[in-house]
Each structure stands twice: as structure tokens, then as C-alpha cells.
Design a binder for this molecule. Structure first.
Ligand code: FES
Ligand SMILES: [Fe+2]
Length: 363
């Protein structure tokens, strides 16, 4: 006898509303996955550094004298003072509290009067390092010392992205758009990861950029890869040089589980999403835009503004409504629309995401 088929249901509301689940994610998922730190253009010279937060932990990246990028917890190994703030340049890392001084490799170099302490072994003291990788000009860290490399998490993504953005080494951030959303980070990520809602909610995107009937999202390891054909490129709001390279006329996106996405618009225009989970029902999404050398560009400025006013604004309304709905006593998790043929009107990518979300919380 064959078992009756039951539709797969969306996650229970508590995954998006319960502060205890958010705490479990912060202490588990977020410290075991590759998280965005910054851009290599912030670390051009040895001694350049910038600070950032992951899962409530203060960290910093610095380029050492050999040119290697390193990442450390931003905490002194004496009595726990913070070491550096914001971003800048330094030849040595000097703690502001009692002036213990570290090499850019993290090794303790000196400290006032430490030589008077019998048995004090300078060689034993080092800043706590964190795994760090550069990925097409972007810097990611993983707080898990045993983390597998990004190429194993996201197979093929690095080479594909480099083919879509051949000039990535020359890019610099030119515009950051900060988007606070009153919803759980997973509501926002799920919304980003399906286009079942695009046709009725994103007329500019669906009619001006992509061809929805060709849209699909498929997993590639822990990457969700969005592909689509574009509308007639004559209807684009900016000129596209189709001869620039083989991907100049394409749109594509690589979502790197759990909180970052690279997106490439026709014309090889790179832009990024970075979700920063603030609490169970609050997330801030950073949209990054880049140009060669960071030069101002009216095309990018207009594109960023158009995106903010249309797709982003439309999505804010959707995700905040969903978050309110998840708190409703009247909500029962509904079936996902899983079309065996996949495509734009299927939520197979949400099923994959929710599987990862469940594993992160329930093991
Ligand atoms: S806490 Fe850093 S030198 Fe004392
Ligand atoms: Fe959307």
C-alpha cells in the first residue's frame, strides 16, 4: 500500500516569533556559518582594519605585514577591553586600557611591566583568531574553527560569480542602502528566495528586468542559485553593452545561506544583500552597490533608487504583514506550493530553506 501524499507545510509560527529560537540560532547557526564581514577595498594596505559584529560578537579584520587577511575577536587577552573601533590603519594593535601591544598576526609583543612577572610567557598569548576567507572581493568569517571552506558550502558559486563579474577585483562599494524590516530574518530571506509573489507584487522587476516564466531557483550545496532570462533588453532603464562579455545580458543571483546574497543585473552590475538579524522580529537588510574604483555613477545611483522605491518597498510591506500574521492566533501553517516542474510559481526553494532552518534549530 502506498502512503497517502500530504502536502509539505510551511514552518510553525514559533520559528519566527519565539525569542528562545532566535537565541538558539545566534548561539548555533550564526556561529557555524560563513558570515559577511566587509569588502577587501577596506583592507588595501597592511595594517588596514575594520570592525564588525557577528551573532553579538565584536570582531575585526586586518591585513598583516605579509598581506594576509586575518580576523580576530575584538578583545584584549589581558582583562578583556575592546581593542579597535570603526575602521582605520595601524602598525600594531594597542589596547587602550593598559597598552598591551599585539603584532598584526595577533601575537602579544609587549606590555608595560610584564617582564616583572615571574613565569610570564609572552609566546603563549595571542588574540583569538577566527576563520576568514575572501570570496570575489568580499570578506567572510566563520566562528567555527572546524568550518569547511566556502567552496564546499557553495560549490561552483565562486567561479560562476567571477564569470558574471569579471572586473570584481576593481570594485569598491559606492552606495549602501539600509532597510530596517519589522520581521524575523527568515521571513525576509524566504521572501527573497521565491518569486511566486513577484508577478503580483513587483511589476517593475517582473516587467522591466526579468522574464518570470523563465525564473527558477535551485540549490547548489548551501547556495540558492536564481536564474532567469531577461526581458527585451531595449526596455531596460539603462544601456547594456551586450558585447562586453558572455553574461552581459543576464540576470543571476547567488544566495549564500544563511544571510548574504550576490545579485548581478544585466550589464554585469553587481549588488548585494546582507541580512543582519537584530532580534526575533527585527532584521536590517543592507543593499550594497559597487562600481569600478568606487566612482560615482548615475546609472548605479538611479538603479539603487529605483530598486529602493519599487522592489524593496514592495517587499517591506509583504514581510511585515507576514510577521504580524505569524503572531495571529488564527494562523495554521499552510501547504507550500511545490510544483514538481519547479519554475517561478513554485516554492521548492522555500522548502529547501525551511529544511535548513529546521536543522539549525532542531539539529
Ligand atoms: S585589558 Fe588590554 S591591556 Fe589591559
Ligand atoms: Fe519580493
Amino acid at each position: 500500500m502506498t502512503a497517502p501524499l500530504h502536502p509539505v507545510r510551511t514552518l510553525d509560527a514559533r520559528y519566527y516569533t519565539d525569542p528562545e529560537i532566535f537565541r538558539i540560532e545566534q548561539n548555533g547557526l550564526m556561529v557555524r556559518t560563513w558570515q559577511f564581514a566587509g569588502h577587501v577595498s577596506q583592507l588595501l594596505k597592511p595594517g588596514d582594519y575594520f570592525t564588525f559584529d557577528v551573532a553579538g560578537q565584536s570582531l575585526f579584520c586586518i591585513r598583516d605585514k605579509e598581506g594576509e587577511i586575518r580576523a580576530f575577536h575584538n578583545v584584549c587577552q589581558h582583562r578583556a577591553h575592546e581593542l579597535v573601533k570603526g575602521e582605520g590603519h595601524t602598525g600594531l594593535i594597542v589596547c587602550p586600557y593598559h597598552a598591551w601591544t599585539y603584532e598584526l598576526t595577533g601575537k602579544l609583543r609587549s606590555g608595560p611591566n610584564i617582564g616583572s612577572v615571574p613565569g610570564f610567557d609572552r609566546g603563549e598569548i595571542c588574540l583569538t583568531s577566527v576563520k576568514v576567507e575572501e570570496f570575489c572581493g568580499f570578506v567572510f568569517v566563520n566562528l567555527d574553527p572546524d568550518a569547511r571552506p566556502m567552496d564546499e558550502w557553495f560549490p561552483g558559486a565562486r567561479d560562476e560569480l567571477a564569470a558574471f563579474v569579471p572586473h570584481f577585483a576593481e570594485l569598491k562599494p559606492v552606495d549602501w542602502v539600509e532597510i530596517p524590516e519589522n520581521c524575523n530574518w527568515k521571513v525576509s530571506v524566504e521572501n527573497y528566495s521565491e518569486c511566486y509573489h513577484c508577478r503580483i507584487n513587483h511589476p517593475t522587476f517582473a516587467n522591466g528586468v526579468v522574464k518570470p516564466e523563465t525564473y527558477d531557483i535551485q540549490p547548489q550545496g548551501y547556495c540558492l542559485r536564481h536564474t532567469t532570462e531577461c526581458q527585451n533588453l531595449d526596455r531596460m532603464t539603462y544601456p547594456v553593452d551586450l558585447d562586453a562579455n558572455e553574461h552581459a545580458g543576464e540576470y543571476s543571483s547567488w544566495f549564500l545561506w544563511p544571510m548574504f546574497s550576490f545579485q548581478v543585473y544585466p550589464g554585469n552590475i553587481l549588488n548585494t544583500y546582507h541580512w543582519r538579524a537584530i532580534g526575533a522580529d527585527h532584521v536590517v537588510v543592507w543593499r550594497g552597490w559597487y562600481t569600478i574604483g568606487g566612482t560615482e555613477s548615475d546609472i548605479i545611483k538611479n538603479l539603487a533608487a529605483q530598486d529602493r522605491e519599487t522592489t524593496v518597498e514592495e517587499d517591506i510591506q509583504l514581510v511585515e504583514s507576514v510577521q504580524r500574521g505569524l503572531k495571529s492566533r488564527g494562523f495554521r501553517p499552510g501547504p507550500l506550493v511545490l510544483d514538481p516542474a519547479c519554475g517561478v510559481n513554485s516554492e521548492h526553494s522555500v522548502q529547501v530553506l525551511q529544511q535548513w532552518m529546521r536543522e539549525a534549530v532542531d539539529g
